[in-house]
Design a protein around this ligand. Structure first.
Ligand code: CA
Length: 261
């Protein structure tokens, strides 16, 4: 079975901020979705998240074209699946270097950075890569599963057993990120591969959603709607109803199986 990629996204400044430092990108042809959440003084977070999304889109588009050009004509995917997740991981590392280069070129941008979460579908496998506290979830069979581990101080405390997930969600230090694009000279990207099934829905989001809404409420809001656009709107609205203290960005990806014609 081959799989069709359908996605939509929405980003909102929220109720408390004057700038939207989040950014998202969708390339339906390349089956790519990205969410980035920028940080830095003035409006520099916006610069960082835009550079990251643009850089990832361009890298993936280039590499996927190269792979297609290498097809053996049988219509089968000629690369191995490792190559597919590596493309996404390298796209995130490339974005990190683009953010660092922008800082080197313009010293006033010093201190800017961005989180990022990316999703790339190829064949029956999805690659999910992230740095920072932007998240990916999967909805399947009426259950929602978190696919990423936040690179935050509070999450380290959760993993070590000192805080519960709910305590971490509202902790005063919840914004302390331990990994970001544009930070240290090197960045470690977390990457995983998942086999997809017909009907899977993936949510990529910035922490403006997850700090406002606990997971069960995100799940309930997503289940209420069948349409992706409406579900995006409902998620953003729910985050704003709970306070809207941060920019909120959501991207929903629906994976639909198609029998070969
Ligand atoms: Ca944020």
């Amino acid at each position: 079975m081959s799989f069709r990629f359908r996605a939509c996204g929405l980003s909102d400044v929220g109720l408390a901020r004057t700038h939207n430092e989040d950014c998202f990108g969708i390339d339906a042809e390349k089956c790519l979705a990205v969410v980035a959440d920028g940080m830095g003084g003035h409006s520099h977070g916006e610069v960082a998240s835009r550079i990251a999304v643009q850089s990832i889109r361009e890298y993936v588009a280039r590499r996927v074209e190269t792979l297609k050009a290498g097809d053996n004509g049988s219509g089968e995917v000629s690369d191995d699946l490792e190559a597919h997740s590596l493309i996404l991981a390298k796209a995130l590392q490339g974005a990190h270097h683009h953010v660092l280069s922008a800082i080197q070129e313009d010293g006033s941008l010093y201190g800017m950075g961005t989180t990022v979460v990316g999703f790339l579908l190829r064949g029956d496998t999805a690659a999910v890569a992230h740095v920072g506290d932007s998240r990916a979830y999967r909805l399947r069979d009426g259950k929602m599963e978190l696919l990423t581990q936040d690179h935050t101080w509070v999450n380290e405390q959760v993993v070590a057993g000192y805080l519960s997930a709910e305590q971490a969600r509202v902790h005063p230090l919840k914004n302390v990120i331990t990994r970001a694009l544009g930070g240290e000279s090197d960045v470690v990207v977390d990457i995983r591969e998942l086999e997809v099934l017909d009907g899977d829905v993936f949510l990529l989001c910035s922490d403006g959603l997850t700090t406002m809404l606990p997971d069960p409420d995100i799940f309930e809001t997503m289940c209420r709607e069948k349409g992706l656009e409406e579900a995006c709107r409902n998620l953003v609205q729910a985050a704003n109803t709970r306070g809207g203290l941060d920019n909120v960005t959501v991207v929903l990806v629906a994976v639909e199986g198609e029998l070969p014609s």
